[in-house]
Write a protein that binds this ligand. Structure first.
Ligand code: 7RM
Length: 635
């Protein structure tokens, strides 16, 4: 039996039990055997959820880049670490070996130092999905600077808020970026943002689109000449286990974005271990996660988790629709991708295109399909399973959060039997609990409640940058001695978990608690439906009633909307019960989404409740234009 690499279900249960009975012993063994340390820890775990304070591997000394790069040089020096696939399919892909990566990270790290960056300084990285993004991130880690990656699709306001919150000394950016047919003037956005950021002394600019941009004297520097002159050797800064590795902002439902702080050793151990097992990664596999490094999914499962395992990780600059909706499949064929990890929103958009494009490509290299970010509805699950995996590649529906750092609930492919819409079993070391309205833990199976975690795991965020009180209030105050996720979940008869949506989205209709996911799931089963979102609105008798926003696969759907509404309600009644039937159904051209593809039900709820005056900040949406259209056609 190997604790590091789980191969069958019985082994999962054995290792799981071990990890729960003796978490310290379990994680100590994983940490000992699979990483390199400059000094081992004095204590594996110290924790107190009431403060809250969590420390893993206290006293240990390490550098995460030595684990992600240096230690692979002897055995994997010429192996591709990062496989860059550009936006334009006619531009060649780039294979960056572990040896190349070592030199490029070291050079970049030296440039950071020469420009005044020291251990503990915050560096904002606002770079599109090109190799420099991963390299800048690792270069910060090399010298102990704290990186704060901001998704390069965010606006100047969103960028300046994040820079100011953590007083970044430097911004790393590009002249511009490609996004399908379009180019984006990134440097212009940075210039606008920096009008309000006095902490930034230096801006390093990498060239991507060769646009004519203005450089501010004394502040802005082209990166390439600095790299050309830098040494390709840079000693790794020796970090404490609990030194911050990065800050990553996540927007809460209210207030300013929260800068989640992740620390070094625990984050490394957990992302590496989950990567190995959740994707069943084998030497020489080609792994591809389509997320942007600007999200936690990219941090943990494009950069750190894969590289810590010496994997080949694909970094894709483009979008699924360019030059056409076959791009993902073309890339899988081209690079013989073995593990493919994407989001339900992408799957639904691709499913809407039918099967012609996906059938055009050879996808036989695929072994594992992943899903993350939202509940994956049954319809999308089957489309993914049938047309992409050809019923041969297990789908891992991975539930986790920016705050958790790594995957928390997931099937282990070829180990855990999957079940559509279920994230299935807790990962090794994870102790979930479902809590009822009275704050009591629901024991046994066939229950649903609020999802909490009872015991710390190595990659839990340690605080919110500059606001520990808010960290405590948000995650540790709802229920005593538990981390509260903000999500609702149910546990079925065999102990499998299904995430039912954010609890702030739970709608109480005539005293029945209804999660959004199961209702949307039923609606999406209708063959004409592409996507849907359900919200509650005030109702005299029921308290709340249900308002459904539905987009159709074929916008020109000629069938009578009234008939469609009727069929959809019939489906809901069949799948869930008449209680969940919708009072209002609005057919829309699109649903408002965050840049990472999550449906913004908050906005839809306000529109349904006729509270359009205070829609809140819609500037960070992917598609702000659809909001007005929805308002104009509201029922
Ligand atoms: C990784 C990530 C976190 C929130 C989380 C959930 C939702 C994520 C799933 C999911 C159902 C899933 N981090 N969520 N994965 N819901 N099934 N497999 O997305 O911080 O950006 O979002 O996303 O509500 O709390 S995140």
């Amino acid at each position: 039996m190997s604790n590091y690499h789980i191969k069958h279900l019985e082994e999962y249960y054995q290792v799981y039990r071990k990890s729960v009975r003796n978490p310290e012993g379990f994680w100590e063994e994983i940490a000992e055997e699979h990483f390199i340390w400059r000094k081992k820890w004095d204590k594996v775990l110290e924790w107190d959820f009431s403060k809250p304070e969590i420390k893993w591997f206290q006293g240990a000394k390490l550098n995460i880049t030595e684990n992600c790069i240096d230690r692979h040089l002897a055995t994997r020096g010429d192996k591709t670490a990062i496989l860059f696939e550009p936006n334009n399919p006619d531009e060649p892909s780039e294979h960056i070996t572990y040896k190349d990566l070592y030199h490029r990270v070291n050079k970049f790290a030296n440039v950071l130092k020469e420009n005044g960056i020291q251990k503990g300084d915050r560096v904002c990285i606002y770079v599109p999905m090109i190799p420099e993004l991963a390299i800048a991130t690792l270069a910060c880690a090399r010298i102990g600077a704290i990186h704060s990656v901001v998704f390069a699709g965010f606006s100047a306001t969103a960028l300046s808020t994040r820079i100011n919150d953590s007083d970044c000394k430097m911004v790393i950016t590009a002249d511009g970026s490609y996004r399908g047919k379009k180019t984006i003037d990134l440097k212009g956005i940075v210039d606008e943002a920096l009008e309000n950021c006095s902490s930034v002394k230096t801006v390093l600019v990498t060239k991507r689109i060769n646009s004519d941009i203005s450089m501010k004297e004394g502040r802005d520097k082209w990166l390439q000449p600095l790299l050309d002159n830098a040494s390709n050797q840079c000693k790794a800064e020796i970090m404490d286990a609990e030194d911050p590795l990065f800050i990553l902002y996540t927007s809460g439902s209210t207030g300013k974005p929260k800068g989640m702080v992740h620390t070094t050793a625990g984050y490394m151990v957990y992302t590496a271990y989950t990567f190995k097992n959740a994707f069943q990664y084998r030497e020489n596999d080609v792994y591809w996660c389509t997320a942007d490094i600007g999200w936690i999914t990219g941090h943990s499962y494009i950069v750190y988790g894969p590289l810590a395992n010496g994997a080949t990780t694909v970094l894709f600059e483009g979008v699924p629709s360019y030059p056409d909706f076959g791009r993902f499949w073309q890339i899988i064929e081209k690079h013989k991708v073995n593990q493919f990890y994407t989001a339900p929103t992408a799957i639904r958009a691709l499913a809407k295109q039918g099967t012609e494009l996906v059938d055009n490509y050879d996808l036989s290299s695929l072994k594992v399909l992943g899903s993350v970010g939202e509940p994956i509805n049954e319809e999308a699950w089957h489309w993914y399973n049938d047309n992409v995996g050809k019923k041969k590649s297990p789908i891992i529906d991975t539930w986790w959060q920016t705050e958790t750092g790594g995957i928390m609930i997931t099937p282990i492919p070829y180990v855990t039997p999957t079940k559509p819409t279920y994230a299935t079993l807790p990962f090794i070391g994870i102790q979930p609990a479902l809590i009822d309205e009275n704050g009591e833990e629901l024991k046994g199976n066939q229950v649903d409640g609020r999802l909490c975690i009872k015991f710390p795991w190595p990659s839990i965020a340690r605080t919110i940058w500059g606001n520990h009180e808010r960290y405590k209030d948000t995650y540790f105050s709802a229920f005593e001695n538990m981390y509260f996720t903000g999500d609702g979940a149910l546990r079925d008869e065999v102990g499998y978990y299904r995430i039912t949506g954010r609890v702030d989205d739970v709608i109480i209709v005539s005293g029945h608690n209804l999660g959004t996911a199961p209702i949307e799931d039923a609606i999406n089963e209708h063959p004409a439906v592409a996507e849907s979102a359900i919200v509650g609105f005030p109702h005299d008798i029921k308290g709340s009633a249900l308002y459904g926003y539905i987009t159709l696969k074929d916008v020109g759907e000629s069938r009578n909307h009234q008939n469609l509404s009727h069929e959809i309600n019939q489906l809901i009644a069949d799948r869930i019960g008449p209680i969940a039937k919708l009072d209002k159904i609005q057919f829309t051209l699109g649903l408002p989404k965050t840049r990472s593809g999550k449906i913004m039900r908050r906005i839809l709820r306000k529109i349904a409740s006729n509270e359009m005056e205070n829609l809140g900040d819609v500037s960070t949406l992917l598609n702000p234009e659809c909001v007005q259209n929805i308002i104009d056609n509201r029922l």
